[in-house]
Design a protein around this ligand. Structure first.
Ligand code: ZN
Length: 598
């Protein structure tokens, strides 16, 4: 379902790109643009530019660029339509969703109520933990676990006090009915008595948020010394808005750090994630009380292809690591494993050895695959028979590998198995060539003249338009996208909507344009038309000069074959080309004084 273009344009126009991006990046003014540290790559000096007059951002360091919607999509992991809808809500533009059926509309409004209910619950749990009298046990427990109240506030931790109906009574007073709380998984029915009770009681709570940062579920840790019959961890049941297999705990806080550091740490527990964030490792997430799923990997691979698995050091943790390998391989994600000696989990490790100790340990990761191979070998023993069984078990995994990783891994595995490389290669199968990694597509880059012309069209469309009126398009570019883009900008279309159209078709061109927009002082307005004319002339001159060469070659050919009529025709063409060349040379050489620097 699409949103009308004029609505998208209106939302973009009303939203202030500086304040939207300013919510997650500290920006300072620099001339007509704003600069800050790029959220998409690691940098010490600011190369991330926001240009309000063009409604775009661009990073000179990593080439990231786009409009306010692109920014929300990348930092929040939402799709284009969701980014538009979210911003529309903030700036007061009504997005009509006419194509929704009545059932869909009803479901949407029911879901909205559920989000509100979970948000109200998270707020109340949070306040109770931070300041409530009944929250004291929670605060004590946090102190014992080395988690500060600041961290608790930032990551929306909460406390559910003892008692059967605390949350229910509070939410009822706020106007939420019991049916909503039941559907949100916050209360349960005691069928025999016809009463209801709070799901979470006497527990520290971790808010589980969706990709838009809305609470949708909770994970609850029992207090130390609690009844042995109740589970240590209790999680919200699946609901209309919460599907365990599709949600990673902490992703909304980790998302930009994952992109910046280009890696993701998967931990097993809520406390592991919280401890790592507090220690400055914000790229950590945890599955919510389940094993990793293919859906999780779908989410992960959009952010990074490098995962470090920090499963617990016990047998269960190892088994989980081994099981997840197939998922990582199918998703094309490079998985490494980090063992944490002297601690049972990342939380304990960070508490014991500090952030510096953990950082140091992070340099000691090993490919998860190697761990799996070694464990399989150990399991089957060193006999020839054992080796054979291990090989059989490993073959399906090895077959998933491609390219150089496949070569290297087979060589290594063969070494451990005491088997010749060629032998293992034969068993795994000679499909290496068919699965070889395809070369990366070449990146398009404009030459200097085209880059300058695009800059002029972005900044001074009217002036450049005048210069381009008599230009021969085929001399400017062979690419239809480039010509179309120039035409749209000259016609007065805004840069964001031009970028939107190019995003998937010609990402390199889009990058060039956002870079041009962020680069503010190449030419002045009073010299723009003149500069555009000389660039166009130079482009045409290059074409003319190459035609002159061709025709000279053809004339030479006519001389040897004695073809007189062709000869005369070529000479006539040549004199026209020489005349054009002389005119163009004058135009090109008269340039100068137009540039303001660079
Ligand atoms: Zn960057």
């Amino acid at each position: 379902m699409a949103i009308a273009k004029h609505v998208v344009d209106e939302v973009r126009a009303r939203a202030d790109i500086v304040s939207v991006i300013g919510q997650s990046v500290t920006l300072r003014r620099a001339g007509s643009s704003w600069v800050g540290l790029c959220p998409f790559h690691n940098e010490k000096s600011a190369s991330f530019n926001v240009v309000p007059s063009k409604q775009i951002y661009h990073c000179f360091g990593c080439g990231a660029g786009g409009d306010v919607f692109t920014f929300l999509q990348k930092t929040r992991g939402v799709g284009f339509l969701d980014a538009v809808r979210e911003l529309a809500g903030q700036v007061g533009v009504v997005v009509e969703e006419r194509q929704l059926s009545p059932e869909e509309r009803l479901r949407n409004s029911r879901r909205k109520d559920l989000y509100d209910t979970c948000e109200a619950a998270a707020k109340w749990y949070g306040t109770t933990l931070l300041v409530g009298r009944e929250g004291a046990p929670g605060r004590d427990y946090l102190a014992q676990r080395g988690v500060t109240l600041d961290t608790a506030r930032k990551y929306r931790l909460g406390y559910a006090p003892e008692g059967w109906n605390n949350l229910e009574n509070h939410l009822k007073a706020e106007g939420f009915d019991a049916d909503l709380m039941l559907r949100a998984g916050l209360i349960k029915k005691q069928e025999s008595r016809g009463t209801t009770y709070d799901v979470f009681r006497g527990r520290l709570l971790f808010s589980i948020l969706d990709d838009r940062g809305r609470p949708i579920a909770f994970g609850g840790r029992a207090m130390p010394g609690a009844d042995k019959d109740s589970p240590k961890y209790l999680n919200s049941p699946g609901t209309e808005i919460y599907e365990k297999s599709k949600v990673l705990y902490g992703l909304s806080w980790a998302r930009t750090a994952i992109q910046r550091r280009d890696r993701l740490l998967v931990v097993e527990g809520y406390f592991d994630a919280v401890s790592l964030w507090q220690a400055g490792f914000e790229e950590a997430v945890a599955p919510c009380g389940t094993a990793l799923t293919a859906e999780h990997l779908d989410i992960i691979r959009r952010l990074t292809l490098k995962v470090i698995a920090l499963f617990d050091s016990d047998e269960a943790g190892l088994t989980a690591a081994v099981r997840s390998l197939a998922l990582f391989l199918s998703a094309g994600v490079e998985a490494r494993r980090l063992d944490l000696p002297g601690a049972k989990d990342p939380d304990e490790y960070v508490q014991k050895f500090g952030a510096a100790g953990f950082e140091e340990r992070l340099t000691k990761t090993e490919p998860l695959l190697e761990l799996v191979i070694r464990r399989t070998l150990d399991k089957h023993g060193p006999s020839a028979e054992g080796r054979g069984r291990a090989a059989d078990e490993l073959v399906p995994t090895l077959r998933r590998l491609t390219g150089t990783v496949r070569e290297a891994t087979i060589r290594r595995a063969a070494g451990w198995m005491g088997m010749p490389d060629a032998e293992l290669h034969r068993i795994v199968g000679g499909t290496a060539s068919s699965t070889a990694v395809e070369p990366a597509p070449r990146r398009w880059m404009p030459d200097k003249d085209l880059a300058h012309l695009l800059w002029l069209v972005v900044h001074f469309p009217t002036e450049s338009g005048a210069a381009l009126e008599s230009a021969d398009p085929s001399q400017i570019s062979e690419l239809p996208e480039v010509l179309e883009t120039i035409a749209r900008l000259v016609d007065g279309e805004g840069l964001p909507s031009v970028l939107e159209a190019l995003k998937d078709r010609a990402p390199d061109l889009a990058r060039t344009l956002s870079q041009a927009a962020a680069n503010s002082d190449l030419y002045r307005v009073d010299t723009a038309e003149y500069a555009a004319r000389s660039i166009v002339a130079r482009m045409e001159l290059r074409g003319v000069e190459s035609q002159i060469l061709t025709i000279n070659r053809e004339i030479h050919h006519c001389e040897t074959t004695g073809d007189k009529s062709s000869y005369a025709e070529r000479v006539r063409q040549l004199s026209l080309l020489y005349a054009r060349q002389a005119t163009l040379k004058k135009l090109v050489n008269r340039r100068g004084g137009g540039r303001t620097g660079c």
